[in-house]
Design a protein around this ligand. Structure first.
Ligand code: ATP
Ligand code: MG
Length: 420
Protein backbone atom coordinates (compact mmCIF):
# COMPACT_ATOMS: atom_id res chain seq x y z
CA UNK A 1 0.00 0.00 0.00
CA UNK A 2 1.22 3.47 -0.70
CA UNK A 3 1.22 6.18 1.93
CA UNK A 4 -1.49 7.99 0.02
CA UNK A 5 -5.20 7.37 0.24
CA UNK A 6 -8.08 8.72 -1.82
CA UNK A 7 -9.25 12.00 -0.21
CA UNK A 8 -12.05 11.92 2.32
CA UNK A 9 -15.46 11.53 0.73
CA UNK A 10 -14.04 9.98 -2.44
CA UNK A 11 -13.40 6.44 -3.57
CA UNK A 12 -11.82 4.65 -6.46
CA UNK A 13 -13.70 2.61 -9.01
CA UNK A 14 -11.87 -0.65 -9.41
CA UNK A 15 -12.60 -3.86 -11.29
CA UNK A 16 -14.82 -5.79 -11.06
CA UNK A 17 -17.27 -3.25 -9.51
CA UNK A 18 -16.20 -0.55 -11.97
CA UNK A 19 -17.83 -2.59 -14.76
CA UNK A 20 -21.19 -2.02 -13.07
CA UNK A 21 -20.61 1.75 -13.09
CA UNK A 22 -19.88 1.70 -16.81
CA UNK A 23 -22.99 -0.38 -17.41
CA UNK A 24 -25.12 2.04 -15.37
CA UNK A 25 -23.84 5.05 -17.32
CA UNK A 26 -24.54 3.17 -20.52
CA UNK A 27 -28.04 2.15 -19.41
CA UNK A 28 -28.98 5.69 -18.39
CA UNK A 29 -27.68 7.25 -21.57
CA UNK A 30 -29.08 4.68 -24.01
CA UNK A 31 -32.71 5.90 -23.86
CA UNK A 32 -31.46 9.50 -24.29
CA UNK A 33 -29.29 8.73 -27.30
CA UNK A 34 -32.30 6.94 -28.71
CA UNK A 35 -34.51 10.03 -28.26
CA UNK A 36 -32.66 12.79 -30.03
CA UNK A 37 -30.30 13.88 -27.25
CA UNK A 38 -26.78 14.78 -28.40
CA UNK A 39 -23.68 14.33 -26.26
CA UNK A 40 -22.19 17.39 -24.56
CA UNK A 41 -19.03 17.65 -22.49
CA UNK A 42 -18.03 20.75 -20.55
CA UNK A 43 -15.00 21.60 -18.38
CA UNK A 44 -14.76 20.28 -14.83
CA UNK A 45 -14.51 23.86 -13.56
CA UNK A 46 -16.27 27.10 -14.42
CA UNK A 47 -16.35 30.75 -13.42
CA UNK A 48 -17.65 30.62 -9.85
CA UNK A 49 -20.30 33.22 -10.73
CA UNK A 50 -21.98 30.82 -13.14
CA UNK A 51 -23.02 28.76 -10.15
CA UNK A 52 -23.61 31.53 -7.61
CA UNK A 53 -25.93 33.21 -10.11
CA UNK A 54 -27.36 30.11 -11.71
CA UNK A 55 -27.76 27.69 -8.83
CA UNK A 56 -28.36 30.47 -6.30
CA UNK A 57 -26.40 32.19 -3.51
CA UNK A 58 -28.74 30.93 -0.80
CA UNK A 59 -28.53 27.25 -1.71
CA UNK A 60 -26.43 24.78 0.28
CA UNK A 61 -24.70 23.82 -2.94
CA UNK A 62 -23.29 27.31 -3.42
CA UNK A 63 -23.03 28.57 0.15
CA UNK A 64 -21.55 25.44 1.76
CA UNK A 65 -20.65 22.75 -0.72
CA UNK A 66 -18.74 24.41 -3.54
CA UNK A 67 -15.02 23.83 -4.10
CA UNK A 68 -13.72 27.22 -5.11
CA UNK A 69 -10.24 28.24 -6.09
CA UNK A 70 -8.29 31.25 -7.24
CA UNK A 71 -5.90 30.49 -10.07
CA UNK A 72 -2.37 31.87 -10.31
CA UNK A 73 -3.82 34.24 -12.91
CA UNK A 74 -6.41 35.49 -10.43
CA UNK A 75 -9.50 33.84 -11.92
CA UNK A 76 -12.17 32.76 -9.45
CA UNK A 77 -13.24 29.25 -10.40
CA UNK A 78 -15.34 26.49 -8.91
CA UNK A 79 -15.23 22.76 -9.49
CA UNK A 80 -18.63 22.06 -11.00
CA UNK A 81 -21.15 21.01 -8.32
CA UNK A 82 -23.85 20.17 -10.87
CA UNK A 83 -24.35 19.98 -14.63
CA UNK A 84 -27.26 22.13 -15.71
CA UNK A 85 -25.70 25.59 -15.42
CA UNK A 86 -22.60 24.45 -17.35
CA UNK A 87 -24.57 22.74 -20.10
CA UNK A 88 -26.81 25.77 -20.59
CA UNK A 89 -23.76 28.04 -20.59
CA UNK A 90 -22.15 25.84 -23.26
CA UNK A 91 -25.32 25.75 -25.41
CA UNK A 92 -25.57 29.56 -25.27
CA UNK A 93 -21.87 30.06 -25.97
CA UNK A 94 -22.05 27.63 -28.90
CA UNK A 95 -25.20 29.38 -30.19
CA UNK A 96 -27.01 26.06 -30.38
CA UNK A 97 -30.24 27.88 -29.56
CA UNK A 98 -29.90 30.04 -32.67
CA UNK A 99 -29.71 27.20 -35.14
CA UNK A 100 -33.49 27.22 -35.34
CA UNK A 101 -34.24 23.77 -34.02
CA UNK A 102 -35.50 24.19 -30.49
CA UNK A 103 -35.53 22.39 -28.18
CA UNK A 104 -31.80 21.71 -28.08
CA UNK A 105 -31.60 18.28 -26.47
CA UNK A 106 -28.32 17.34 -24.79
CA UNK A 107 -27.04 14.60 -22.50
CA UNK A 108 -23.88 14.41 -20.43
CA UNK A 109 -21.97 12.16 -18.09
CA UNK A 110 -19.28 13.19 -15.68
CA UNK A 111 -17.82 13.94 -12.27
CA UNK A 112 -19.26 16.51 -9.86
CA UNK A 113 -17.80 17.93 -6.67
CA UNK A 114 -19.49 19.02 -3.46
CA UNK A 115 -17.90 19.59 -0.09
CA UNK A 116 -20.45 17.55 1.85
CA UNK A 117 -20.51 15.64 5.08
CA UNK A 118 -19.18 12.37 3.70
CA UNK A 119 -21.23 9.26 4.43
CA UNK A 120 -22.63 6.23 2.64
CA UNK A 121 -24.22 7.45 -0.58
CA UNK A 122 -22.99 11.02 -0.07
CA UNK A 123 -19.59 11.76 -1.50
CA UNK A 124 -17.44 14.77 -2.29
CA UNK A 125 -16.76 13.46 -5.76
CA UNK A 126 -19.63 11.70 -7.47
CA UNK A 127 -20.88 10.90 -10.88
CA UNK A 128 -24.04 11.86 -12.75
CA UNK A 129 -25.61 11.24 -16.10
CA UNK A 130 -27.90 14.08 -17.05
CA UNK A 131 -30.18 15.39 -19.77
CA UNK A 132 -31.32 18.89 -20.67
CA UNK A 133 -33.97 19.96 -23.18
CA UNK A 134 -33.38 23.65 -23.81
CA UNK A 135 -35.68 26.26 -25.33
CA UNK A 136 -39.19 24.82 -25.37
CA UNK A 137 -42.16 25.09 -23.08
CA UNK A 138 -44.03 21.91 -23.80
CA UNK A 139 -45.46 19.52 -21.21
CA UNK A 140 -44.59 16.62 -23.50
CA UNK A 141 -40.93 17.46 -23.02
CA UNK A 142 -41.23 17.29 -19.23
CA UNK A 143 -43.09 14.00 -19.64
CA UNK A 144 -40.48 12.65 -22.06
CA UNK A 145 -37.70 13.17 -19.55
CA UNK A 146 -39.59 11.50 -16.71
CA UNK A 147 -40.49 8.57 -18.95
CA UNK A 148 -36.88 8.18 -20.18
CA UNK A 149 -35.48 8.13 -16.63
CA UNK A 150 -38.05 5.52 -15.68
CA UNK A 151 -37.06 3.49 -18.73
CA UNK A 152 -33.38 3.77 -17.79
CA UNK A 153 -33.93 2.52 -14.24
CA UNK A 154 -36.18 -0.28 -15.43
CA UNK A 155 -33.72 -1.40 -18.09
CA UNK A 156 -31.23 -1.92 -15.25
CA UNK A 157 -33.74 -4.11 -13.43
CA UNK A 158 -34.45 -1.61 -10.64
CA UNK A 159 -37.94 -1.96 -9.19
CA UNK A 160 -38.12 -0.33 -5.74
CA UNK A 161 -37.89 3.27 -6.83
CA UNK A 162 -40.63 5.86 -6.73
CA UNK A 163 -41.17 9.01 -8.74
CA UNK A 164 -42.25 12.09 -6.78
CA UNK A 165 -43.81 14.90 -8.78
CA UNK A 166 -44.74 18.47 -7.98
CA UNK A 167 -45.15 21.87 -9.60
CA UNK A 168 -43.35 24.90 -8.19
CA UNK A 169 -45.41 27.42 -10.13
CA UNK A 170 -43.95 30.24 -12.18
CA UNK A 171 -43.10 33.91 -11.81
CA UNK A 172 -46.82 34.77 -11.68
CA UNK A 173 -47.98 32.53 -8.90
CA UNK A 174 -44.91 31.57 -6.92
CA UNK A 175 -44.31 35.02 -5.38
CA UNK A 176 -47.86 35.04 -3.99
CA UNK A 177 -47.32 31.61 -2.47
CA UNK A 178 -43.89 32.59 -1.22
CA UNK A 179 -45.40 35.40 0.81
CA UNK A 180 -48.14 33.22 2.26
CA UNK A 181 -45.55 30.62 3.25
CA UNK A 182 -43.33 33.28 4.80
CA UNK A 183 -46.23 34.56 6.90
CA UNK A 184 -46.82 31.02 8.11
CA UNK A 185 -43.13 30.33 8.84
CA UNK A 186 -42.73 33.56 10.83
CA UNK A 187 -45.26 32.21 13.31
CA UNK A 188 -43.29 29.02 14.00
CA UNK A 189 -40.73 28.19 16.66
CA UNK A 190 -37.64 27.98 14.45
CA UNK A 191 -33.93 28.50 15.09
CA UNK A 192 -32.24 31.62 13.82
CA UNK A 193 -30.65 29.92 10.79
CA UNK A 194 -33.97 28.54 9.64
CA UNK A 195 -35.74 31.85 10.17
CA UNK A 196 -33.11 33.51 8.02
CA UNK A 197 -33.65 30.86 5.37
CA UNK A 198 -37.40 31.53 5.59
CA UNK A 199 -36.70 35.12 4.57
CA UNK A 200 -34.32 34.33 1.71
CA UNK A 201 -35.68 31.07 0.35
CA UNK A 202 -38.79 29.99 2.26
CA UNK A 203 -39.61 27.05 -0.03
CA UNK A 204 -36.42 25.34 1.05
CA UNK A 205 -37.62 25.24 4.64
CA UNK A 206 -40.19 22.69 3.41
CA UNK A 207 -37.23 20.48 2.52
CA UNK A 208 -35.81 20.57 6.08
CA UNK A 209 -35.23 16.98 7.10
CA UNK A 210 -35.45 17.58 10.90
CA UNK A 211 -38.42 16.07 12.72
CA UNK A 212 -38.79 19.18 14.91
CA UNK A 213 -39.26 21.30 11.80
CA UNK A 214 -41.38 18.84 9.83
CA UNK A 215 -43.81 18.58 12.78
CA UNK A 216 -44.46 22.30 12.66
CA UNK A 217 -44.96 22.29 8.90
CA UNK A 218 -48.23 20.40 9.12
CA UNK A 219 -50.82 22.89 7.97
CA UNK A 220 -48.36 24.98 5.96
CA UNK A 221 -49.94 26.57 2.88
CA UNK A 222 -49.47 24.33 -0.16
CA UNK A 223 -48.26 25.61 -3.49
CA UNK A 224 -50.92 23.47 -5.15
CA UNK A 225 -53.57 25.86 -3.81
CA UNK A 226 -51.75 28.88 -5.24
CA UNK A 227 -50.90 27.67 -8.76
CA UNK A 228 -52.15 30.02 -11.49
CA UNK A 229 -54.42 28.56 -14.17
CA UNK A 230 -51.60 28.29 -16.71
CA UNK A 231 -49.38 26.38 -14.27
CA UNK A 232 -52.26 24.14 -13.23
CA UNK A 233 -53.12 23.26 -16.83
CA UNK A 234 -49.46 22.65 -17.65
CA UNK A 235 -49.02 20.36 -14.67
CA UNK A 236 -52.18 18.41 -15.44
CA UNK A 237 -50.94 17.81 -18.97
CA UNK A 238 -47.56 16.54 -17.72
CA UNK A 239 -49.32 14.22 -15.29
CA UNK A 240 -51.67 12.92 -17.99
CA UNK A 241 -48.85 12.21 -20.46
CA UNK A 242 -46.71 10.42 -17.89
CA UNK A 243 -49.70 8.36 -16.74
CA UNK A 244 -50.64 7.49 -20.31
CA UNK A 245 -47.14 6.03 -20.72
CA UNK A 246 -47.89 3.67 -17.85
CA UNK A 247 -45.35 5.37 -15.59
CA UNK A 248 -46.52 5.51 -12.00
CA UNK A 249 -45.72 8.59 -9.89
CA UNK A 250 -46.75 10.11 -6.59
CA UNK A 251 -47.89 13.71 -6.21
CA UNK A 252 -45.69 15.26 -3.55
CA UNK A 253 -46.87 18.72 -2.46
CA UNK A 254 -43.77 19.33 -0.40
CA UNK A 255 -41.21 18.42 -3.03
CA UNK A 256 -38.86 21.35 -3.51
CA UNK A 257 -35.33 21.00 -4.73
CA UNK A 258 -32.02 22.34 -3.53
CA UNK A 259 -31.45 24.60 -6.50
CA UNK A 260 -33.06 27.99 -6.98
CA UNK A 261 -33.64 27.76 -10.69
CA UNK A 262 -36.58 25.38 -10.79
CA UNK A 263 -40.02 26.47 -12.00
CA UNK A 264 -43.19 24.45 -12.62
CA UNK A 265 -42.44 20.72 -13.00
CA UNK A 266 -40.10 19.27 -10.38
CA UNK A 267 -39.52 15.60 -9.73
CA UNK A 268 -37.30 13.30 -7.81
CA UNK A 269 -36.54 9.60 -8.06
CA UNK A 270 -36.17 7.98 -4.67
CA UNK A 271 -35.12 4.47 -3.78
CA UNK A 272 -36.35 2.90 -0.59
CA UNK A 273 -33.29 0.74 0.03
CA UNK A 274 -30.81 3.57 0.56
CA UNK A 275 -31.60 4.95 4.01
CA UNK A 276 -31.46 8.72 4.25
CA UNK A 277 -29.51 9.18 0.99
CA UNK A 278 -32.61 8.06 -0.86
CA UNK A 279 -32.62 10.36 -3.91
CA UNK A 280 -31.18 8.54 -6.90
CA UNK A 281 -32.02 11.36 -9.27
CA UNK A 282 -33.92 14.55 -9.70
CA UNK A 283 -34.80 17.32 -12.05
CA UNK A 284 -37.35 19.72 -13.32
CA UNK A 285 -38.14 22.76 -15.38
CA UNK A 286 -35.96 25.83 -15.16
CA UNK A 287 -37.58 28.50 -17.30
CA UNK A 288 -35.67 31.41 -15.79
CA UNK A 289 -32.11 30.06 -15.65
CA UNK A 290 -30.98 31.24 -19.07
CA UNK A 291 -31.85 34.85 -18.25
CA UNK A 292 -30.23 34.51 -14.83
CA UNK A 293 -26.90 33.75 -16.51
CA UNK A 294 -27.24 36.47 -19.11
CA UNK A 295 -28.92 34.59 -21.96
CA UNK A 296 -32.25 35.08 -23.74
CA UNK A 297 -35.48 33.57 -22.41
CA UNK A 298 -35.16 29.82 -22.97
CA UNK A 299 -37.63 27.72 -21.03
CA UNK A 300 -35.99 24.37 -20.39
CA UNK A 301 -36.28 21.13 -18.48
CA UNK A 302 -33.78 18.49 -17.41
CA UNK A 303 -32.66 15.88 -14.91
CA UNK A 304 -29.54 14.41 -13.41
CA UNK A 305 -29.33 10.85 -12.15
CA UNK A 306 -26.68 9.88 -9.61
CA UNK A 307 -24.57 6.99 -10.86
CA UNK A 308 -23.09 6.16 -7.43
CA UNK A 309 -26.48 5.90 -5.75
CA UNK A 310 -27.96 3.98 -8.67
CA UNK A 311 -25.23 1.37 -8.20
CA UNK A 312 -26.00 1.30 -4.45
CA UNK A 313 -29.69 0.87 -5.28
CA UNK A 314 -28.89 -2.09 -7.54
CA UNK A 315 -26.87 -3.63 -4.74
CA UNK A 316 -29.65 -2.95 -2.23
CA UNK A 317 -32.13 -4.76 -4.49
CA UNK A 318 -29.68 -7.56 -5.16
CA UNK A 319 -29.82 -6.95 -8.91
CA UNK A 320 -26.95 -8.61 -10.74
CA UNK A 321 -26.39 -6.97 -14.12
CA UNK A 322 -25.89 -9.37 -16.98
CA UNK A 323 -22.40 -8.15 -17.90
CA UNK A 324 -20.64 -9.93 -20.74
CA UNK A 325 -17.29 -11.36 -19.60
CA UNK A 326 -14.45 -9.18 -20.74
CA UNK A 327 -12.30 -11.96 -22.18
CA UNK A 328 -13.45 -14.70 -24.57
CA UNK A 329 -10.17 -16.47 -25.22
CA UNK A 330 -7.16 -16.88 -22.94
CA UNK A 331 -3.87 -18.10 -24.36
CA UNK A 332 -1.54 -20.23 -22.23
CA UNK A 333 1.96 -20.73 -23.61
CA UNK A 334 4.50 -23.18 -22.23
CA UNK A 335 8.05 -22.32 -23.24
CA UNK A 336 9.70 -19.48 -25.12
CA UNK A 337 8.80 -20.52 -28.64
CA UNK A 338 5.18 -21.12 -27.72
CA UNK A 339 5.06 -17.69 -26.06
CA UNK A 340 6.12 -16.01 -29.26
CA UNK A 341 3.72 -17.98 -31.41
CA UNK A 342 0.71 -17.63 -29.13
CA UNK A 343 1.34 -13.93 -28.48
CA UNK A 344 1.09 -13.53 -32.26
CA UNK A 345 -2.13 -15.54 -32.29
CA UNK A 346 -3.60 -13.35 -29.54
CA UNK A 347 -2.87 -10.27 -31.64
CA UNK A 348 -4.53 -11.93 -34.63
CA UNK A 349 -7.64 -12.80 -32.60
CA UNK A 350 -7.87 -9.26 -31.22
CA UNK A 351 -7.58 -7.75 -34.68
CA UNK A 352 -10.45 -9.99 -35.71
CA UNK A 353 -12.54 -8.42 -32.91
CA UNK A 354 -12.30 -11.31 -30.45
CA UNK A 355 -11.57 -10.38 -26.81
CA UNK A 356 -8.38 -12.25 -26.00
CA UNK A 357 -5.79 -12.22 -23.25
CA UNK A 358 -2.45 -13.89 -22.67
CA UNK A 359 -0.53 -15.58 -19.86
CA UNK A 360 1.92 -12.81 -19.07
CA UNK A 361 4.69 -13.07 -16.55
CA UNK A 362 6.27 -16.36 -17.60
CA UNK A 363 4.28 -18.57 -15.24
CA UNK A 364 4.13 -22.34 -15.49
CA UNK A 365 1.17 -24.30 -16.81
CA UNK A 366 -0.63 -24.42 -13.47
CA UNK A 367 -0.37 -20.70 -12.71
CA UNK A 368 -1.33 -19.79 -16.27
CA UNK A 369 -4.40 -22.04 -16.21
CA UNK A 370 -5.45 -20.29 -12.99
CA UNK A 371 -5.21 -16.97 -14.82
CA UNK A 372 -7.29 -18.43 -17.64
CA UNK A 373 -9.95 -19.46 -15.11
CA UNK A 374 -9.98 -16.10 -13.39
CA UNK A 375 -10.36 -14.26 -16.71
CA UNK A 376 -13.78 -15.84 -17.22
CA UNK A 377 -12.80 -16.79 -20.79
CA UNK A 378 -14.94 -19.41 -22.52
CA UNK A 379 -11.95 -20.85 -24.33
CA UNK A 380 -8.31 -21.45 -23.53
CA UNK A 381 -5.68 -21.93 -26.18
CA UNK A 382 -2.82 -24.00 -24.74
CA UNK A 383 0.43 -24.81 -26.52
CA UNK A 384 3.87 -26.19 -25.65
CA UNK A 385 6.83 -27.23 -27.77
CA UNK A 386 5.39 -30.60 -28.70
CA UNK A 387 2.16 -29.03 -29.99
CA UNK A 388 4.05 -26.52 -32.07
CA UNK A 389 6.26 -29.25 -33.54
CA UNK A 390 3.02 -30.79 -34.82
CA UNK A 391 1.70 -27.40 -36.00
CA UNK A 392 -1.23 -27.45 -33.58
CA UNK A 393 -2.54 -25.82 -30.40
CA UNK A 394 -4.95 -27.29 -27.85
CA UNK A 395 -8.33 -25.54 -27.79
CA UNK A 396 -9.99 -26.07 -24.45
CA UNK A 397 -13.62 -25.40 -23.56
CA UNK A 398 -13.36 -23.94 -20.05
CA UNK A 399 -16.89 -24.97 -19.13
CA UNK A 400 -16.86 -28.62 -20.17
CA UNK A 401 -13.11 -29.13 -19.84
CA UNK A 402 -13.07 -30.74 -23.30
CA UNK A 403 -9.92 -30.23 -25.28
CA UNK A 404 -8.97 -30.86 -28.91
CA UNK A 405 -6.03 -30.16 -31.16
CA UNK A 406 -6.55 -27.45 -33.80
CA UNK A 407 -4.11 -26.63 -36.60
CA UNK A 408 -2.41 -23.28 -35.91
CA UNK A 409 -3.64 -21.87 -39.19
CA UNK A 410 -7.24 -22.84 -38.42
CA UNK A 411 -7.30 -21.32 -34.92
CA UNK A 412 -9.20 -18.12 -35.80
CA UNK A 413 -11.95 -20.05 -37.62
CA UNK A 414 -12.17 -22.65 -34.85
CA UNK A 415 -12.47 -19.96 -32.16
CA UNK A 416 -15.11 -18.12 -34.19
CA UNK A 417 -17.12 -21.32 -34.57
CA UNK A 418 -16.91 -22.13 -30.85
CA UNK A 419 -17.97 -18.63 -29.80
CA UNK A 420 -20.81 -18.34 -32.29
P1 ATP B 1 -29.62 15.25 -1.80
O1 ATP B 1 -30.96 15.77 -1.40
O2 ATP B 1 -29.44 13.77 -1.51
O3 ATP B 1 -28.48 16.08 -1.29
P2 ATP B 1 -29.56 16.74 -4.22
O4 ATP B 1 -30.93 17.29 -4.32
O5 ATP B 1 -28.48 17.61 -3.67
O6 ATP B 1 -29.58 15.35 -3.40
P3 ATP B 1 -29.17 16.88 -7.05
O7 ATP B 1 -28.39 18.11 -7.02
O8 ATP B 1 -30.55 16.91 -7.54
O9 ATP B 1 -29.12 16.16 -5.61
O10 ATP B 1 -28.35 15.78 -7.89
C1 ATP B 1 -29.00 14.73 -8.59
C2 ATP B 1 -28.56 13.38 -8.07
O11 ATP B 1 -27.15 13.33 -7.92
C3 ATP B 1 -29.08 13.04 -6.69
O12 ATP B 1 -30.37 12.53 -6.76
C4 ATP B 1 -28.09 12.00 -6.23
O13 ATP B 1 -28.39 10.72 -6.77
C5 ATP B 1 -26.81 12.48 -6.84
N1 ATP B 1 -26.02 13.20 -5.83
C6 ATP B 1 -26.13 14.49 -5.42
N2 ATP B 1 -25.22 14.79 -4.48
C7 ATP B 1 -24.50 13.64 -4.29
C8 ATP B 1 -23.40 13.29 -3.45
N3 ATP B 1 -22.85 14.18 -2.63
N4 ATP B 1 -22.93 12.02 -3.50
C9 ATP B 1 -23.48 11.10 -4.32
N5 ATP B 1 -24.50 11.37 -5.14
C10 ATP B 1 -25.02 12.63 -5.13
MG1 MG C 1 -27.56 17.81 -1.82
Amino acid sequence: MSTFKAPKGTYDLLPPRSATFLAVREAISTPLRNSGYGYVETPGFEDVKLFSRGVGESTDIVSKEMYTLTTKGGEELALRPEGTASVLRAALQGNLHKLGNLPVKLWYSGSYYRYERAQAGRYRHFSQVGAEAIGAEDPALDAELIILADQAYRSLGLRNFRILLNSLGDKECRPVYREALQDFLRGLDLDEDTLRRAEINPLRVLDDKRESVQKQLVGAPLLRDYLCDACKAYHEEVRALVSAAGVVFEDDDKLVRGLDYYTRTTFEFVHDGLGSQSAVGGGGRYDGLSEMIGGPALPSVGWALGVDRTVLALEAEGVELDLPTATSVFAVAIGEEARRTLFGKVTELRRAGIAADFSFGGKGLKGSMKDANRSGARLAVVAGERDLAEGVVQLKDMETGEQRAVALDDLLDAVRAELA
